[in-house]
Ligand binder design. Structure first.
Ligand code: SF4
Length: 458
């Protein structure tokens, strides 16, 4: 049992992180960049960094993830990475012909202090950037923040690089989703389309990292938001940023840069948050909620009521990314579950803990930031045992040690499939999530039931 030595007693830790509940910033930055059509993510650092970022994404999505690297060696570490990046830009446009290169920094290039704005300006002045092509960049030092911070930084870079205003509104609503699965991006688009609301959404990784196997290799898959559409978001009537931590920087920028009124909403995970999202769209666009969505909502409520005895009063502990955790916590609380612990390795603003307590009550333990790691999560659960836990693949060691059912949610998930194809957002996603929770708890009940209590009909 790998984690059997984790002590129950928590010691005060000021600096040490053990089994972080996060991955590094460039992973999130690359993911955001993949949501723009014909954009090639580029990691400005060593080959090892880029190999890790790509493999994290490739393993999670079980799809090839294209990205390039500045390939730092000892020379770049001493003299800076300018010549590596200049050469990379030249080579990438010549060999791979993307429309956009999205450069993210790494720990090393940040420590050296490479000025990416200056390097890219020099590349443009030296005619290394072909006409009509763009090189954008985001600062993503991984010694702070997490993959969600990196996603937020690259999303802000996308707004900075492309959102333009002509002064004439186009009547569309812009949606800026936080770091969620491609299946969730598809589901959010489907809900908005069902409501008949004209929209622009970016980034959009659906049809990029969950594409079909059809025997053809595409360096640039057909998905991803086109650059022109992102440009139009500067003229949208308003914008909704879905999930504060992953979108706040971009939302603020869209507001100040293009004067687009932007509102932060929760990710539509679970009934309450999806209701709020649908209602906001309804009021803003002046449309009514279609029967199809009412039916989906009704089905979710029906299953929740039919099987509530399996959820009510059950204890649950959750780890993951802040924006998703808010939705999951709300959904568990709506189902009558008792939320014991909520933990994220991503630095979340003070409001996050306050929101979680508002939803789940003062008794919930909330941990955020570098020391909110999986070691801490394990210790918390040893002191107060839940019936169910949510977390990424790394939580399977805790689940095995403590014999607690685990629902995989968040990033990364390396040992199961489905997250790319089946959403947890919207009412349909809520039903999918609910079925997973019920399956986990009812399977456990079956497993542990004595012969005379082993029921055919549950
Ligand atoms: S944590 Fe830093 S050094 Fe490690 S892979 Fe990420 S960017 Fe590279």
């Amino acid at each position: 049992m790998l984690l059997r030595h984790t002590p129950k007693e928590a010691a005060e830790r000021g600096a040490l992180t053990i089994n972080p509940a996060k991955t590094c910033q460039p992973v999130g930055a690359m993911y955001a960049a993949l949501g723009v059509h014909r954009c090639l993510p580029h990691s400005h650092g060593s080959q090892g960094c880029c190999a890790y970022h790509r493999s994290a994404l490739t393993r999670h999505y079980a799809e090839p993830v294209m990205a390039s690297t500045s390939s730092f060696t000892e020379g770049a570490s001493v003299f800076g990475g300018q010549s590596n990046l200049m050469e990379s830009i030249n080579t990438i446009f010549t060999l791979y012909n993307p429309d956009i290169i999205a450069v993210n920094t790494t720990c090393l290039s940040e420590v050296i202090g490479d000025d990416l704005g200056q390097i890219i300006n020099k590349a443009a002045a030296d005619n290394k950037i072909p006409r009509g092509k763009t090189v954008m960049f985001a600062s993503t030092p991984s010694f702070k923040g997490s993959h969600v911070t990196g996603y937020a930084n690259m999303l802000a870079a996308i707004v900075r690089s492309f959102a333009k205003t002509t002064g004439k509104k186009n009547g569309k609503i812009t949606l800026l989703p936080s770091f969620i699965e491609p299946s969730d991006m598809s589901e959010i688009k489907r809900i908005v389309s069902e409501m008949g609301v004209p929209y622009i959404m970016y980034p959009d990784t659906s049809d990029v990292v969950n594409g079909p196997l059809d025997g053809k290799f595409r360096m640039y898959p057909k998905g991803g938001t086109p650059q022109a559409l992102i440009g139009e978001s500067g003229d949208s009537r308003c914008a909704f940023a879905l999930g504060r931590t992953g979108t706040l920087a971009a939302a603020k920028l869209l507001d100040t840069q293009c004067k687009v009124k932007t509102e932060i909403l929760d990710l539509p995970i679970g009934i309450s948050a999806t209701d709020a999202f649908v209602d906001t769209l309804r009021k803003t666009a002046g449309v009514s909620v279609p029967e199809s969505l009412l039916l989906e909502r009704g089905q979710l409520v029906d299953v929740l009521c039919d099987k509530n005895q399996y959820l009510y009063g059950k204890k649950v502990s959750l780890s993951g990314d802040p924006d998703i955790l808010l939705g999951l916590t709300q959904f568990c609380a709506d189902a009558g579950m008792k939320v014991l612990h909520v933990l994220t390795g991503t630095p979340a603003p003070g409001k996050f803990a306050a929101r979680i307590k508002e939803i789940a009550g003062e008794g919930v333990t909330v941990k955020t930031g570098p020391q909110a790691d999986l070691f801490c999560f394990h210790q918390l659960m040893q002191n107060s045992r839940p019936d169910l836990m949510f977390g990424n693949t790394y939580c399977k060691y805790i689940a095995r040690d403590m014999d607690i059912p685990l629902i995989r949610a968040g990033f990364p998930i390396y040992d199961r499939v489905g997250h790319s194809y089946f959403p947890i957002t919207g009412y349909r996603g809520g039903l999918h999530l609910l079925v997973k929770m019920l399956d986990a708890l009812m399977d456990r009940q079956d497993r542990d039931a004595p012969e005379e209590k082993f029921e055919l009909v549950m």
